[in-house]
Design a protein around this ligand. Structure first.
Ligand code: LR7
Ligand code: MN
Length: 613
């Protein structure tokens, strides 16, 4: 421990920093009761060897180490190679009660060793890669506001035990004005002294939000590159500080460590939320199906990435006009691509992140206000004419004051960046935001006069169709209508894992979520130039005489191509030659395909144009 202190204080010391080896487990009586934890002596796997607590070469016995380490005793805990924690029954109530403190299960996290081992997440091919030994150094910047203790300490521990220490120039922690968390004060200061790298801890007097805090941290950095990380992550074996890692999932409840897919990349939806989507075929072809090569990704999640320090500033760092949380990840992605850079995910680098369903902290001014403010800046600076598309999806955004963006526009000018159309065409043609379209607006059936489009709420998470809502029956934009008598309703059913989503007309159900939906969400459908009918990343899909389903867009799947006839107002399904029909007396009023009958009012659809490019 003394060695650590010396190394941390004076980096000039020719110290070969001691490592806290991973994967030590101290015998614990409760441990026997939880068969899911590997007992050291039963552990056959060489890579998960777990005996005693080591600091470098030194082995500590439990009592002594606990005494020496004091608060730091959390190094003693379960190690189950990333498997889920089983909470002992006497702690269950506490775990539940304290969940909201951090919006993850801190009691579970506290039970796990700070240095728990994690199975190597990399493919064999990645493991065989030889990386140059003269890589640039990095300054790791971690900002936090009211973060959990063991999760923050595990973030730091995993970094120092799983990085070639010579490449870590320094760790820069920025405490974004955390309040009422004693352990973030002296205890944290004591802890960082133990780390075998130089650590700077900056404290904000007042809340700056994550972008400004990161800027503040980056400012004092002197490494060749900057690595930004969230405060509740775990670096896994062999993680490399190259661009974005694959982000593995640490469960917010039992802290199980789950491998992230190497076949997803970053995109965004109509409401400008970052989303993961499957990597398209063309990108697979580009990298020759070699999953150990970096993936070119249209956007990044924002939290975890490495960037050359000089380039970070050259390309415009962060927009200092953005507050607290949100928007900066897309802003940076668009900016980097449009101004000549690249955003990549390196599949040979894995970092786990505790994904939470809600933020535990406050958004000064209100969540909506903050995110709208940031998105307004994003849209005004980078989206060109496509901002009208966003405004037709989120009309509320049009009147939001995003503040002065002149400097960002000047930056765009100075860097001679390409336009957003170029980005959509060349970097992200699979985007749910259509490059070209015939219509953006409501889809209305003449027979009922009430069918227009679906509400869509994408806030409910990744690829969850449950965020879709039905529309009303008055052809306008609001879901709740005075005269509604029937509603276009949306329903998801599951056959095993396969999801089927159907549309049908049904009596509007009072204020039920199913068709009361979110009033702020306007009802827009896109009829794209290539013939898809889309609600964001979902497409209408037809099959013969069957109900029209809402499915993930397949990008040019024949089942999802429609041909609209301006004269007859029919919406013909290309694959079957049948027409989109609605009949309140059939299939509970579901929208279905039927033989085209040109005079059938039930097949007449009006596309209401909301905008043009
Ligand atoms: O006011 C704040 N001050 C802070 O210091 C608000 C937050 N923070 C800190 C916070 O303590 C945490 O360390 O900023 C970090 C990110 O905030 P989280 O973890 O509460 O949010 P998140 O995981 O949802 O954040 C994702 O989106 C953000 C949008 O602004 C940022 O880009 C985050 O870095 C990003 N995190 C990831 O990409 C990790 C993978 C998640 C995904 C997808
Ligand atoms: Mn996070």
């Amino acid at each position: 421990i003394m060695l650590f202190t010396d190394c941390a204080k004076t980096i000039e010391l020719p110290c070969s920093p001691m490592k806290i080896d991973e994967g030590e487990v101290i015998k614990d009586p409760t441990y026997q009761r939880h068969p899911r934890f590997i007992h050291p002596s039963n552990n056959k796997n060489e890579s998960q060897k777990t005996q005693g607590l080591y600091f470098g070469q030194k082995q500590y016995n439990q009592t002594k180490a606990k005494k020496d380490l004091g608060f730091f005793a959390k190094l003693f805990g379960y190690d189950a190679s990333g498997r889920a924690v089983v909470i002992p029954s006497e702690l269950k109530d506490e775990a539940k009660k304290r969940f909201k403190e951090n919006q993850f299960n801190i009691v579970a996290s506290d039970l796990i060793a700070l240095n728990r081992s994690i199975n190597d997440q990399r493919s064999a091919k990645c493991r065989a890669h030889e990386f140059p030994s003269d890589l640039p150094t990095t300054s790791i910047v971690i900002v936090f506001h009211n973060e959990g203790n063991s999760t923050l300490l595990r973030t730091l521990t995993s970094i120092v035990i799983r990085s070639p220490i010579q490449f870590i120039h320094e760790l820069i922690l920025v405490d974004d004005a955390s309040i009422d968390r004693e352990y973030l004060k002296e205890t944290l200061q004591d802890f960082i002294k133990l780390l075998p790298v130089q650590v700077h801890l900056l404290r904000n007097d007042k809340r700056l939000g994550l972008m400004k805090s990161r800027l503040k941290g980056a400012e004092i950095a002197t490494g060749d590159t900057l690595t930004f990380l969230d405060a509740h992550i775990e670096a896994s074996p062999g993680w490399t500080a190259v661009v974005c890692p694959i982000i593995d999932v640490i469960n917010d409840d039992d802290f199980a460590y789950l491998t992230g897919s190497d076949m997803t990349w970053g995109g965004f939806n109509w409401r400008l939320n970052f989303r993961w989507y499957p990597v398209p075929q063309r990108e697979e072809l580009r990298r020759n199906h070699d999953h150990s090569l970096p993936l070119l990704s249209p956007t990044m999640a924002g939290g975890l990435f490495t960037i050359n320090r000089e380039y970070f500033y050259e390309i415009g760092a962060y927009d200092p006009g953005m507050e607290v949380w949100g928007g900066e990840n897309l802003e940076m992605s668009f900016r980097v691509w449009m101004c000549g850079g690249k955003v990549m995910i390196h599949p040979c680098s894995h970092v786990g992140h505790v994904f939470r369903k809600q933020t535990p902290y406050t958004f000064p001014g209100g969540t909506g206000t903050v995110i709208f403010h940031n998105n307004k800046r994003l849209v005004e600076v980078w989206l060109d004419k496509y901002k009208d598309f966003v405004y037709s999806i989120m009309p509320e955004l049009r009147n939001v004051n995003g503040g002065d963006v002149t400097e960002r526009l000047e930056l765009r000018e100075k860097l001679k960046c390409k336009d957003f159309r170029w980005y959509l065409e060349n970097i992200y043609p699979e985007s749910s935001m259509p490059v070209d379209f015939h219509h953006v607006g409501a889809l209305r059936n003449e027979a009922y006069g009430c069918l227009d489009s679906l509400g869509y709420d994408s806030e409910n998470g990744v690829n969850q169709n449950a965020g879709l809502f039905p529309c009303h029956n008055q052809g306008g934009n609001q879901i709740r209508s005075q005269e509604r008598s029937s509603c276009l309703t949306f329903r998801n059913t599951y056959v095993g894992k396969k999801q089927n989503s159907t549309l049908f007309i049904s009596p509007c159900a009072g204020n039920k979520r199913k068709n009361a939906a979110k009033l702020a969400v306007h009802q827009i459908i896109v009829y794209s130039r290539n013939g898809e009918l889309k609600f964001d990343d979902l497409c209408l899909e037809g099959s013969k005489n069957d109900i029209v389903k809402v499915q993930k867009c397949q990008h040019q799947s024949q089942k999802q191509i429609w041909e609209y006839n301006q004269v007859t107002k029919q919406m013909k399904h290309l694959n079957t030659g049948q027409c989109m029909t609605v009949d309140q007396n059939r299939d509970n009023g579901k929208v279905h395909l039927a033989v085209c009958q040109s005079l059938d009012i039930k097949q007449r659809w009006i596309l209401e144009q909301k905008m043009k490019l």
